[in-house]
Design a binder for this molecule. Structure first.
Ligand code: C2E
Ligand code: MG
Ligand code: MG
Ligand code: MG
Length: 289
């Protein structure tokens, strides 16, 4: 009787699960066409040197964030399609496109700002990541010191020794390595003993509660102290208010990123920050004023 009952209850959920699986399959298929159809694009979010008041000159670089504009579903956020691309292995080809596009774009800026690109742990396991970065640098002519590769602790959890060896070879190319989302997962201090990161990005989850939660303030302060001790640059992610910026400036956080400084936008939005002439509407406004 128990068996019949459980079978019955499974039946109730089957159509829903079926639909979800079919949905994922369709999205998988669409995703494999997305690159070919030019549906992927990059948005760029500024990072600035910390100060209570920020000016254009404080912007030190941009993080490239991938966007998928689906023909019928509209905008699909990276949190939804990056995991899919990782499951299917598509992230390897997609990651190559993203890296090339970001480097090509940054190499074309009159102002030599930094460009940060996110890497998936899957890119460390499959394909020749070091060879790829090397050839894209040669191909685009981007100075390696301008490229920053963002990794999460997931990279180190998968296969610590192998990932470490890859990170050392990447660093030998002259690129910078940043630890993204620090403190959000199973981040371990032993990573910093094993590998000289150039940058630590404090996860948005801590920055979000600054001013509301004394624990968050203590954690952010401690990570900034850690960075200073290790001679690693600290960036706070997800800065949304003047109060958060003020706290980070007082605590000596090196750089900030977040909606308060600038949202991820197509590069045309930040034309003047990368040293290009202002967009026409802006020029007209200036003439008129
Ligand atoms: P991430 O690398 O930690 O990127 C920061 C995310 O926080 C971005 O979300 C950005 O839009 C968002 N963000 C920045 N400032 C603020 C803020 O002040 N408030 C709030 N609420 N959010 C803020 P996005 O673009 O949706 O990307 C989410 C994640 O997807 C990224 O987190 C990254 O892990 C992944 N991702 C995005 N593009 C790529 C890519 O090209 N390759 C790989 N492997 N992963 C990517
Ligand atoms: Mg990132
Ligand atoms: Mg992050
Ligand atoms: Mg994040």
């Amino acid at each position: 009787r128990a068996k019949a009952k459980s079978r019955g209850s499974i039946c109730v959920f089957e159509p829903e699960m079926d639909r979800q699986i079919r949905d994922r399959r369709v999205l998988h298929r669409d995703l494999s066409n997305a690159m070919r159809n030019g549906e992927l694009s990059l948005h760029y979010q500024p990072q600035a040197r910390t100060g209570r008041k920020l000016v254009d000159d404080d912007v030190i670089g941009f993080e490239a964030l991938t966007r998928w504009s689906h023909p019928t579903r509209g905008f699909v956020p990276p949190g939804d399609f990056i995991p899919l691309a990782e499951e299917s292995g598509l992230i390897v080809a997609m990651g190559e496109w993203i890296l090339r596009e970001a480097c090509r774009e940054a190499a074309s800026w009159p102002s030599p700002k930094q460009i940060a690109v996110n890497l998936s742990p899957v890119q460390f396991i499959h394909g020749d990541l070091v060879g790829l970065v090397h050839s894209i640098l040669l191909e685009t002519g981007l100075n390696p010191s301008r490229l920053e590769l963002e990794i999460t602790e997931g990279v180190l959890i998968e296969d610590f020794e192998r990932s470490l060896a890859l990170l050392r070879r990447l660093k030998a190319l002259g690129v910078r390595i940043a630890m993204d989302d620090f403190g959000s997962g199973y981040s371990s201090l032993s990573y910093f003993q094993a590998f000289p990161f150039d940058k630590i990005k404090i996860d948005r989850g801590f920055v979000m509660y600054l001013g509301r939660n004394p624990q968050s303030a203590a954690i952010v302060r401690a990570v900034i102290g850690l960075g200073h001790g290790l001679d690693v640059s600290i960036v706070a992610e997800g800065v949304e208010t003047q109060e958060q910026l003020g706290f980070l400036a007082d605590e000596g956080c090196d750089a900030v990123q977040g909606f308060f400084i600038g949202k991820p936008e197509p590069i045309a939005h930040y034309a003047t920050l990368v040293g290009r002439p202002p967009r026409i509407p802006e020029a007209i406004r200036r003439k008129a004023g």
